[in-house]
Design a protein around this ligand. Structure first.
Ligand code: MRU
Length: 349
């Protein structure tokens, strides 16, 4: 349990031997935990959205590498590295858009490089460090992002960017937690976020658990809400930020940014630097996950679409940097992001 107010949820636990994940597919109806000891099962849990959200995926994969190393070392003192590399490849193939997955796996691989004995203690320490540093980054971003909100107002968020999507506290939802605690957010609106309903099922659950009042809106109500003056800021997370400041996030984010600019509503993206991919020139190079049509054609397991209809289901979109007012990271805030400002933040050039 955290000592901070409005912050009680943690969805990823290391038990000492196994990885425990709160099964996000069942929320808010059931709070059921899965215990995993096989790296293949960890990759499957990421693919199937037991755990989702860019930083949470990275942290989960890091613990997956610990499980892989434990198994491989027990089987062979000579061949363990090759086996772990195969498991890392499986974890990396689980989801394509969130760069935090590849970032975390790169860190685990780098940690493996110098190990000559039982790799588990060093890899576990690295996974724990990634986990704890993510929470610390979120707290810092919470303060920095809340500082951008000049006076008490309504805010709109999209998808789930909270404790469930991270090691804890959250990115955009971390800013909302901090700003609410500081009296700068009066009211939170959350898009329900079709087709997975991360807003309705997860964000609303988190905020209710932590005593922050929230109103859900249908995704299509966002522009109308902005026109009515209900919100001064849209605050979202990101799965990957390209070197020029273009931002990939949950499908629907781009439309919110276009609408926000039209209505004079400010647009804040909150993401740790592990989400920044300086290797990609701009957002057009970000791989966008296309998920199953079934997710759109059905709701809670029931077919809702007319028989015979197909569906196109991109899970993410890219918002151009020019529509973003601020990118908030743990290293600082980039206002009106562009290539030069992002390079300065990341210590490039
Ligand atoms: O498909 P999901 O639920 O993994 O998508 C999550 C998002 O798009 C979040 O907004 C993003 O990962 C940032 S969360 C800290």
């Amino acid at each position: 349990m955290s000592e901070h107010v409005h912050d009680t949820i943690r969805a990823i636990h290391w038990t000492g031997e196994r990885l425990k994940l709160l099964d996000q597919r069942l929320l808010p109806r059931d709070s059921r935990w899965l215990e995993l000891e096989d790296p293949g099962a960890v990759a499957q849990a990421i693919r199937d959205m037991v755990v989702r959200g860019a930083p949470a995926i990275g942290i989960t994969a890091a613990y997956g590498v610990v499980l892989a190393a434990g198994r491989a070392w027990a089987r062979s003192r000579e061949g363990w590295r090759e086996q772990v590399e195969m498991d890392i490849a499986r974890l990396a193939a689980a989801r394509p858009t969130a760069v935090n997955l590849f970032w975390a796996l790169d860190h685990m691989r780098a940690c493996m490089a110098g190990i000559e004995r039982d790799p588990v203690p060093a890899l576990l320490a690295e996974a724990r460090r990634i986990h704890e540093e993510d929470i610390a980054a979120n707290r810092r971003m919470g303060e920095l992002g809340a500082g951008l909100i000049a006076e008490p107002c309504g805010v709109l968020t999209h998808c789930n960017t909270g404790s469930l999507a991270t090691g804890g506290y959250g990115t955009a939802l971390g800013v909302i937690r901090s700003a609410y605690a500081g009296g700068r957010v009066r009211h939170v609106y959350a898009d329900e976020t079709r087709p997975w309903l991360q807003g309705a099922r997860l964000t609303a659950w988190e905020l209710v658990q932590d005593g922050i009042p929230v109103d859900l809106i249908a995704d299509g109500a966002a522009a109308h809400l902005m026109k009515q003056g209900g919100v001064r800021w849209v605050i979202v997370g990101s799965d990957r930020i390209a070197a020029n400041g273009d931002v990939a996030n949950k499908i629907g984010t781009y439309g919110l940014a276009v609408s926000a600019r039209y209505h004079g509503v400010r647009f804040m993206v909150v993401a740790p630097t592990s989400t920044v991919d300086m290797g990609l020139d701009d957002g057009s190079a970000i791989p966008i996950e296309i998920r199953s049509p079934e997710e759109v054609l059905t709701l809670a397991g029931q077919r809702v679409a007319a028989e015979g209809a197909g569906a196109w289901n991109p899970a993410f979109d890219v918002t151009p940097a020019e529509l973003v007012d601020a990118i908030v990271t743990e290293r600082g805030v980039v206002l009106n992001p562009n290539r030069a400002r992002l390079a300065a933040l990341m210590g490039y050039g």
